[in-house]
Design a protein around this ligand. Structure first.
Ligand code: NCD
Length: 317
């Protein structure tokens, strides 16, 4: 059966562990003078991005290249989509060229599942790089990896993680809640009621509405961008007021426990969810998240596209 990565649940605890362990080897590859291994030579990885992206797209492409895969990049603005080609026809056209993995980002929730169904039997692995407000599994994996490596606890077990801000429109929040809880963290969503999903049934987390009440107990303060492009109505009174109540300013950051981390998936809006000076503190590991993103995506592509019978990872030769 073809392996896909559509949501964190697809991997399960053992799969998450396997990818995080593999990531260590990929970080080591990244430190070499020539950070490239032949693991996916002859394989083709296509990125199909129907939504804007800087870090996720570049990071998947860099990951594929470091594993020596051939890469193709599909840009909606310069494609036949502009001539009215449907998503299904586009995908089947790309598949006909002989590819191994399709990394997809789309504004509609569920598109990666639809692609996996259309591609059934083709041997093409689908990787979800963000679908609507739904899931963003590789972001969750790179965040979990970053916490393990940057927090002195060395593990998520027992850590208190606050995910602060626009949870309602965030695929990162959903994937992170499930991934962090799976790894033993206790997660609290911190947001005004207008920025929470209508139902949190089945989400393994607590909710708080007052950041000042919880900030002193957070081992990780994970900030989200206000996703204004996804809002159809005014959900916060003003950006200034939002920053005042939910932004991580220096005074709040100083109340975090010793050793706490400040994280953000990017792109950051300095002065809104995070004060400019906080984004540059040593405890803010935002650029390390980006660096780990390449290694995690190498691990994901390797995990999906190679299945060594003995479970051994060979990255030389
Ligand atoms: C996020 C996304 O697009 O889901 N960014 C990312 O992938 N690093 C979050 C955001 O856009 O705010």
């Amino acid at each position: 059966m073809t392996a896909h990565l559509l949501c964190v649940d697809d991997l399960g605890p053992d799969g998450v562990e396997a990818v995080l362990k593999l990531t260590d080897s990929m970080v080591e590859v990244g430190r070499r003078d020539i950070p490239k291994v032949p693991a996916l030579r002859g394989r083709t990885v296509v990125s199909l991005f129907y939504e804007d992206s800087t870090r996720t797209r570049l990071s998947f492409e860099t990951a594929a290249k470091r594993l020596s895969a051939d890469t193709m990049s599909f840009s909606v603005s310069t494609s036949a989509v502009k001539k009215g080609e449907s998503l299904r026809d586009t995908v089947l056209t790309i598949e006909a060229m002989g590819i191994d993995a399709l990394v997809v980002r789309h504004a509609s929730s569920g598109v990666p599942w639809q692609l996996a169904a259309w591609l059934a039997g083709s041997g093409v692995s689908v990787v979800n790089a963000g679908d609507g407000w739904h899931e963003h599994p590789t972001q969750a994996l790179l965040d979990a990896y970053t916490i393990r490596n940057e927090h002195k606890a060395g593990s998520l077990e027992g850590l208190r993680v606050g995910i602060v801000g626009d949870v309602k429109h965030s695929r990162v929040a959903r994937s992170n809640v499930f991934c962090f809880a799976m790894l033993g963290a206790s997660v609290t969503l911190v947001a005004p009621p207008t920025l929470l999903p209508a139902s949190l049934d089945g989400w393994p987390c607590d909710v708080a509405h007052d950041l000042d009440e919880v900030v002193g107990e957070l081992d990780v303060c994970y900030l989200l961008r206000l996703q204004q492009e996804r809002m159809t109505e005014a959900l916060v009174p003003s950006l200034r007021e939002y920053a005042f109540s939910y932004g991580l300013d220096l005074a709040r950051a100083q109340r975090l426990p010793a050793g706490a981390l400040v994280m953000h998936p990017g792109p950051i809006n300095r002065g809104v969810e995070i004060a400019p000076e906080v984004a540059d503190l040593p405890c803010a590991v935002i650029t390390r998240q980006v660096a780990n993103g390449v290694a995690v995506r190498m691990a994901v592509l390797f995990h999906l596209l190679t299945a060594p019978a003995d479970g051994e990872v060979r990255l030389d030769g």
